[in-house]
Design a protein around this ligand. Sequence first.
Ligand code: HEC
Length: 144
Amino acid sequence: MNTFHKLCVPGLLAAVALCSIAQQSSTEIKHEAAPATSAASGSEMYKSYCAACHGKDGKGDGPAATALKSAPSDLTTLAKRNNGKYPGPRVASILRGQETLAAHGDQEMPVWGPVFHAMSGGHEDIVTLRISNMNKYLESLQAK
Ligand code: HEC
């Protein structure tokens, strides 16, 4: 375990994401715990937890994207790539870490279930609310 990990592990939350980026690149990345957000605001959660990789508009072009081995998906084409239907349950299980992605082995796409769980004081109904509002927000970003 190097210093890097020692610093990152207690940072937990969003730091998990940032650490995996920092390990692949020489760019200095600031480590911060995931900021608290309102469970009621999908857009606030998206900006705080997803935009660094997936881009502010969800197109996969966030500032951290170039430091990753696998490109963050374009989240505006989720519906298009699923016969026009936004795949809410699939996204929910990806966020919870119940569904594995190709890049998951490298942990480039962080698993958010435990993060949301911790910041919701362990209340499962709040975790569900976060994921549901995240889904509503992502659905609103879908390309027509
Ligand atoms: C550290 C960078 C990073 C962060 C932060 C991140 N993702 Fe990802 N995400 C990725 C990468 C890389 C992939 C592609 C994984 C693959 O294809 O194997 C991905 C894939 C996905 C997918 C699958 C898309 C598809 O086309 O099937 C979804 C859904 C997703 N992310 C949603 C989110 C949401 C919602 C958040 C915020 C809560 C988030 N991601 C935060 C890097 C990130």
